[in-house]
Design a protein around this ligand. Structure first.
Ligand SMILES: NC(=O)c1ccc[n+]([C@@H]2O[C@H](COP(=O)([O-])OP(=O)(O)OC[C@H]3O[C@@H](n4cnc5c(N)ncnc54)[C@H](OP(=O)(O)O)[C@@H]3O)[C@@H](O)[C@H]2O)c1
Length: 280
């Protein structure tokens, strides 16, 4: 197996690469083209952007300029808090598609749960899937309580929940809940934005396998069965992050990494974003 043929099947029947490429803070057309080109050459097929990142135009331009066929890639975008609500979500996704120069995205996510438009936004998502603006619909930063609340009115449940997930925030109960409900968990900041790259335990495991710490963490995600979307603008790291399919962590090593959990968030607390109706 390698990154290109490593696919997960979603609850709606669509396939999604397990490993993808994060595009947050990949800015400027030249940097975007260089990163996307290298990632595509190395076998990445899932590209993760968002309205909030302000780079959908550059992402679309990169695929065009690099002549990457639409069918070969899996593109995710996310609806920002300010665009939530029935009509505004649909309008904003049409605008995103315009910027991306695409007729559809593969996966559309509600970026954060917010109280103000919780059900209206999801109704718009179900409609956009029917209309073909997106192949699959999902959420991001939803905790168990948000998913349970959504289930009280949803006709279709999200097939993906993209959450902050790395060795300092392992979220085991949420992973188990998602598994039981056929929701694929996708790890954002899978490397903890660099916060875990100096952990002695990880250094030892990396040395034992002759791999980098980043590779050990990504392999841990892979063996946990979650999807993950590391970001880098450096060619050597882009290649390294895709090169995790030729070794295996044993049960003891997996447990050692699990034990690093410290409930440490690099991002916002979803409960507070829900209450404030925006990222604070
Ligand atoms: N849904 C959400 O709310 C949400 C929130 C945050 C992020 N995301 C998504 O998740 C993606 C990934 O998260 P992220 O960008 O926050 O963090 P990340 O992927 O955990 O870490 C990225 C950082 O690690 C560095 N890095 C990457 N590979 C490395 C390696 N092999 N060795 C050493 N350092 C390495 C990168 O630096 P260089 O680029 O300089 O190499 C960058 O500073 C984002 O790009 C975005 O698509 C979603």
């Amino acid at each position: 197996m390698d990154i290109k043929d490593n696919l997960l099947t979603l609850a709606d029947g669509n396939e999604m690469p397990q490993e993808g490429f994060g595009l947050y803070k990949v800015d400027g057309q030249a940097t975007m083209n260089q990163a996307v080109k290298k990632a595509y050459e190395d076998g990445y097929r899932l590209f993760d952007t968002a309205q909030l990142y302000g780079n959908e135009q550059e992402v679309g331009m990169a695929f065009k300029q690099l002549a990457i066929p639409r069918d070969n890639i899996f593109v995710t975008t996310k609806v920002a808090e300010e665009n939530q609500g029935y009509d505004t979500a649909i309008e904003s996704v049409k605008e995103s598609l315009h910027k991306l120069q695409m007729d559809y995205v593969d996966l559309l996510l509600v970026h954060w749960p917010i109280e103000r438009s919780f059900f209206d936004t999801w109704r718009a998502f179900e409609e956009m899937k029917k209309e073909g603006l997106t192949r699959s619909i999902g959420v991001s930063n939803y905790q168990m309580i948000h998913l349970q609340y959504l289930a009280t009115q949803a006709n279709e449940m999200p097939v993906v929940d993209q959450i902050e997930l790395h060795p300092l925030l392992t979220q085991k109960p949420l992973l188990e809940f998602n598994r039981q409900h056929q929701i694929v968990t996708q790890a954002w900041s899978p490397l903890g934005r660099g916060a875990v790259l100096n952990e002695p335990v990880l250094k030892d495991i990396a040395a034992a396998h002759n791999k980098s710490i980043a590779q050990i963490i990504l392999r841990w995600h892979f063996q946990n069965g979650v999807s993950f979307i590391p970001k880098s603008v450096h060619e050597e790291r882009i290649a390294q992050n895709a090169d995790i399919y030729d070794f295996e962590l044993n049960a003891q090593e997996m447990a050692q990494i699990d034990a690093l959990n410290a409930y440490h968030r690099t991002g916002r607390e979803p409960e507070l974003v829900y209450e404030y109706n925006k990222q604070y």
